[in-house]
Write a protein that binds this ligand. Sequence first.
Ligand code: SAH
Length: 215
Amino acid sequence: MNPDFSEQRHQLVSFLRRYGVYNDAVLAAMERVPRDFFVEDAFLPYAYSNQALPLQLGQTISQPLMVGVMTQALYLEGHERVLEVGTGSGYQAAILSQLCAQVYSIERYAPLSEEAARRFKTLRIQNIALHVGDGTLGWPEHAPFDRIIVTAAAPHVPTRLASQLVPGGLMVVPVGEQLKQTLTIVKRTKDVEDGLQVQSLGDCIFVPLIGDDGW
Ligand code: SAH
């Protein structure tokens, strides 16, 4: 059992509101999901500071502000099916699970995926399907998706993933170099076959997306 972090969680949510997360449903989800369940024990004291923290295998749980901004950029209404590439700790997926109908999340490292599955079970979260493999290939059996979120840095807009979006669907993905990227919103247009509109949301830093359509 972890200590009661509800006060720290509340403080973090107030911070997120001041720094650009304005969507009340996203803030409520971040107030509800205990980030302390998703960090390694050694980092428990920092679970509610606005920091990315180390996971096993050289990976990281994203900074809470980045989770808030990326989730908000998906404009979820509750009925969506969302693909996440990069399960990591499972924290981002748990936030999404509160805001959409079904999450599909792919991770390349089995131990991370297994740990995330245990966390979802403890928290009784039942609308997340997990898969171990190369997420740059998407998850064709469950495509198309209303939304896609990539939580690792891609060298270019991953068009293979974009092709698994519904027309009008949105993808949020960090695109750029290995050490610095631009948070990018990709919209699959309704009218043009395979047309993509691309918009930038600012700088970000993620671990690399390793795979067929990644690094
Ligand atoms: N969303 C996570 C952040 C994890 S960091 C969280 O909330 O904790 C990014 C993750 O992407 C890492 O776990 C890394 O192993 C994974 N990753 C990198 N390339 C991948 C790929 N091609 N397919 C699936 N996962 C990948």
